[in-house]
Design a protein around this ligand. Structure first.
Ligand SMILES: NC(=O)c1ccc[n+]([C@@H]2O[C@H](COP(=O)([O-])OP(=O)(O)OC[C@H]3O[C@@H](n4cnc5c(N)ncnc54)[C@H](O)[C@@H]3O)[C@@H](O)[C@H]2O)c1
Length: 436
């Protein structure tokens, strides 16, 4: 099958490379000249685990262009994976998607063969039926379901494991305007996935709602574990990992996303909750859960700040270990670590920081007030209080007990994910505290 992918960013380029790696010819389109020219030179413009290698193996089946029109003419299915930023009130803004649809429509008008337009970008429920299909039908003078097909097919991937997640989905969600388009996209996925996913083929609006509902459900589950952690912490002898381990063994609950810790963050989960709430408000429906999930998540930053501020004075240096929003990525968007960094700086503390991948991602305004160290050991040694915020495996592997012997002064150590295994054996020098 010949596939065009419009939008070669964090998700789009990985998707294009994955599809090409399984033998399809892929035309990649982006409106950024530097992105397209880098790819034409066989250079990878995105940092994502495994992407360079995958591209290396797939480049021979890939071409790159800025011309969406030509790409549609020469392919059977077009995936649109451009940004849908959050607008005021939390709704996703569709203008980049509609710009692409306007560029695609003249090509659809010229095509004799049935072509499937597949929007992968996350959009507000109702967008396909209300906005995208009428735009295409009017601009291309063609009828959906007869001359072209329209599909909404969002992905459930996490940064840092985009390739693995894209090739091994649990669920392939396909909202389709008609049976033929739904089957075409299902066939495409069947041709490249390594897992045996559940295919959920449904109407467009149901798929739009499902995408948001699933992500918001996951944040609710994460939040439940976080609140349990807070509760366990209040009771002598309680251990949240023991409790969630047992809860997760019940298949009604499941083990994934049930680790009490610092909460959810990143470019998707927080904004998906905001969009879900906006969708409900616009529909005149009062949601109780989603706003509380966000409130609970935000409260973790306040809780940790008070915990530290209650133990060390403002003359202290605070070491933050990890500011990527999760391990395996350099992305810091909406990271709880950055929210904490902000709180400490505003309160007048000095910050020492370390992250194995996100070292260049400290926001510009903090650059002068934060000292970034090359190693976690140097970072810890420079501080009076240490917060282990991103559960990078590197931090778990440190021989904390030996490090404690080198410490120039006593410290408070806050282990938010309970990964610093031997850090508790600290004698008088280290006041170890594990969240949960
Ligand atoms: N990255 C993720 O983890 C993730 C996960 C699930 C869903 N999504 C959704 O996928 C969409 C894309 O996200 P992303 O993270 O890949 O974005 P991104 O910002 O990393 O990349 C978007 C790419 O689209 C290109 N682009 C923008 N407008 C264009 C246009 N008119 N024509 C051609 N190219 C254009 C940009 O130059 C950029 O290369 C969003 O709706 C996002 O919500 C992303």
């Amino acid at each position: 099958m010949k596939i065009s992918v419009i939008g070669l960013g964090k998700l789009g380029l990985c998707a294009a490379a994955c599809i090409a790696s399984k033998g399809h010819s892929v035309v990649g389109v982006d409106n950024s000249e530097p992105v397209v020219s880098a790819l034409k030179k066989r250079l990878c413009p995105i940092r994502e685990n495994g992407l360079e290698d995958l591209l290396e193996r797939s480049f021979e089946r890939m071409t790159f262009t800025m011309d969406a029109h030509e790409a549609v003419l020469s392919t059977d299915v077009t995936l649109i994976i451009v940004p849908t930023p959050s607008g005021p009130g939390g709704a996703f803004v569709n203008d980049r998607v509609t710009a692409v649809l306007k560029a695609v429509a003249p090509a659809l008008a010229r095509k004799k063969d049935f072509h499937v337009v597949d929007v992968v970008s996350t959009v507000m429920p109702g967008s396909s039926q209300r906005e995208f299909i009428p735009l295409l039908e009017e601009a291309a003078h063609k009828k959906r379901g007869v001359d072209f097909g329209f599909v909404y097919n969002p992905e459930f991937i996490a940064l840092g494991s985009v390739i693995r997640d894209f090739l091994n989905p649990d669920l392939v969600l396909i909202g389709a305007s008609d049976e033929k388009s739904g089957s075409a996209v299902r066939g495409l996925y069947e041709s490249f996935v390594d897992s045996a996913p559940e295919f959920a083929v449904m109407t467009l609006v149901n798929a739009e709602i499902t995408k948001l509902a699933l992500n918001c459900y996951v944040t609710m589950k994460i939040t439940y574990a976080n609140e349990l952690a807070r509760l366990c912490e209040a009771l002598e002898g309680a251990d949240v990992d023991v409790v969630t381990g047992a809860l997760g063994a019940d298949t009604r609950v499941g083990k994934r996303c049930l680790k009490g810790g610092l909460g959810f963050a990143g470019p998707c989960f927080p904004r998906d909750n905001a969009a879900f709430q906006k969708f409900a408000a616009d529909a005149g429906v009062e949601l109780f859960l989603s706003p509380q999930v966000v409130r609970s998540n935000d409260s973790i930053v306040d809780y940790l700040f008070s915990m530290v501020a209650g133990r060390v004075g403002k003359e202290a240096t605070i070491a933050l270990l990890g500011f990527a929003y999760k391990p395996g990525t350099h992305i810091t968007e909406r990271s709880q670590s950055l929210a904490l960094m902000n709180r400490f700086l505003e309160a007048g503390y000095r910050i020492a920081a370390h992250d194995p991948m996100a070292e260049v991602e400290i926001p510009h305004q903090y650059k002068d007030s934060v000292t970034v160290y090359d190693t976690p050991e140097e970072t810890v040694t420079a501080a009076e209080a240490v917060l282990l915020l991103t559960p990078w495996p590197e931090y778990g592997a440190i021989d904390w007990e030996s490090l404690w012997k080198e410490l120039p002064r006593p410290i408070h150590f806050f282990d938010c994910w309970r990964v610093a295994k031997n850090a508790a054996r600290a004698g008088d020098k280290v006041h170890y505290w594990a969240l949960g």
